[in-house]
Design a protein around this ligand. Structure first.
Ligand SMILES: *Cc1c(COP(=O)(O)O)cnc(C)c1O
Length: 423
């Protein structure tokens, strides 16, 4: 590991917790025929479940869990960006208020469908609203779901599993927020806490699930179901762009800025967008300087064979959704030829972006989600004036009011430190 730090300029900076911008030399070298997940199949499954979702979550009017794509013209004036700027508000996704409402809910729905069909209680042509009947809850209570999580994945998996009737356990790292643990417990979810980091929570969750054949472990690092659920975002967003009359082509390329933890959410989203827009979409991952696992894995070429701890980084960050020390091997391999690049951002800046967005647009997103903003600094000289930029706001709506206010106040006091506000 010492040699890697000495020989690779980017890795050297990463090891010093400096902000970096890594450009992928192999972007678009992927095999265009390669299918990692079947996004059509995932979208069809989500449509089958729409009547169920509508019944158990009446606030989701059409039963389709989707978020607005909002042009943010006011805050744009304060940012280094020449094209049009949008916010994809996964922060306001129904049910769990984060990007995890895509992959996490999808995986649990697929599990419920698989079990019910296998046991002869459901066929694909049925009206899935019946899955909310008491006898189905009773039936599903014989099965278990487990997950290890920094917070938001646990929220998604916990809420949807408990709604279906599964017995669900969420293994959480110590850095997970207290309100998330409280909320889950209030919904009947078993929450187990670990003093160590995220990896330890995941390892324990996996171990317990492995010894129980009725227990399904949601594997954040290796799950193709999560990846498939996230990938649907590409076509859904294309439909939103179409509706606004926005065409993406070589003259009007799309730039996406995606906060990255273990990589599943931004990776699946990138996969979905690349399969639609090909070389006309440019995807960048955002990570904290103290937990830059994907940037490290890609820049070193070692993928999940290296963790931030290996180069002496503590992995501690205010961006709890991104506090991951080792990237998903599945995702980092897929991204090595699909991603345009990665950048890291100091924690201090996140709150400034948070307050700026709130003041200019009246929209609150959580600190992790704010990491995306920093990408604009890096593409300012690269992207043409005709580009369309989308900041992927990965979470925020479930944060309790008093915490929102504390985050905002912190941002107000350090907004002057931000590189963007000085441009
Ligand atoms: C989970 C999460 C991410 C990143 O998703 P990964 O699949 O871990 O890469 C980003 N932002 C927020 C708010 C999250 O909860």
């Amino acid at each position: 590991m010492k040699a890697i730090i000495r020989e690779n300029e980017t890795v050297k900076k990463i090891a010093d917790c400096e902000e970096v911008f890594w450009i992928n030399p192999n972007v678009n070298a992927y095999d265009k025929g390669e299918v990692i997940v079947d996004t059509d199949d995932a979208e069809a499954r989500l449509k089958r479940f729409a009547p169920f979702i509508k019944r158990v979550f009446p606030e989701v009017a059409d039963g389709i869990i989707e978020a607005p794509l909002t042009e943010i013209s006011s805050v744009r004036k304060q940012l280094p960006v020449k094209g049009r700027l949008f916010l994809k508000q996964d922060s306001h996704l129904p049910i769990s208020g984060s990007v995890k409402a895509r992959g996490g809910i999808y995986e649990v729905l697929k599990l419920a469908e698989t079990i019910a069909v296998r046991e002869g209680r459901l066929s694909l042509e049925d009206d899935y609203a019946k899955l909310a009947d008491p006898e189905f809850r009773e039936f599903f209570s014989g099965y278990k779901v487990a997950v290890g999580s920094t917070g938001n994945l646990g929220l998604s998996i916990g809420i949807i599993s408990a709604t279906i009737g599964f017995e669900v356990t969420v293994h959480m790292s110590a850095d997970a927020r207290q309100w998330k643990k409280d909320m889950l417990r209030s919904k009947g979810v078993k929450v187990v806490e670990y003093p160590d980091d995220y990896e330890a929570a995941v390892a324990q969750g996996r171990k317990e699930a492995d010894s129980d054949s009725l227990c399904h472990f949601v594997d954040d690092e290796n799950s193709l179901d999560l990846f498939a659920g996230y990938s649907v975002a590409g076509r859904r967003t294309k439909a939103q762009l179409d509706e606004m009359g926005i065409v993406i082509d070589a003259e009007h390329p799309l730039y996406l800025y995606l906060p990255c933890g273990v990589g599943g959410a931004p990776g699946g989203i990138t996969y979905g967008f690349k399969s639609i827009f090909g070389e006309n979409v440019h995807c960048y991952f955002a990570e904290p300087t103290h937990a830059p696992c994907m940037t490290l894995g890609l820049a070193s070429g070692l993928h999940n064979k290296i963790s931030v701890g290996d180069i002496g980084i503590d992995g501690k960050t205010e961006a709890d959704g991104l506090a991951v020390g080792r990237p998903s091997g599945l995702v980092s391999a897929a991204m090595s030829t699909r991603l345009d690049g990665c950048f890291t951002v100091d924690d201090d800046k996140l709150y400034g972006y948070l307050a700026q967005l709130k003041d200019a647009e009246g929209i609150f997103i959580e600190p992790s989600a704010c990491a995306a903003f920093e990408g604009l600094v890096h593409t300012y000289e690269i992207a043409p004036e005709s580009a369309i930029h989308i900041l992927w706001a990965t979470g925020g709506n479930m944060v309790p009011e008093e915490e929102k206010e504390a985050y905002y106040n912190r941002g107000k006091s350090n907004v002057a430190n931000n590189s963007i506000s000085s441009i």
